[in-house]
Design a protein around this ligand. Structure first.
Ligand SMILES: [Zn+2]
Length: 64
């Protein structure tokens, strides 16, 4: 769960997708600016979670 481990993730400033904390370049938009504020991460996780029940994209990002 992203919401329970926000420190393991960060939010891309370019496309607002959630990527792993160690990500240097966003796999989605190739942006390199991330917001690692845990509050922002949880917020974004909830937003994405409410938009799509199946978080295929999120898992792809985390795995990738
Ligand atoms: Zn991005």
């Amino acid at each position: 769960m992203i919401a329970s481990n926000p420190l393991d993730y960060q939010v891309c400033e370019g496309c607002e997708s959630i990527v792993g904390a160690g990500t240097v370049v966003c796999p989605n938009c190739h942006g390199y600016r991330f917001d690692n504020d845990p509050i922002r991460v949880v917020d974004q996780a909830l937003i994405l979670g409410s938009r799509e029940k199946r978080s295929v994209t999120l898992e792809d990002l985390v795995e990738g």
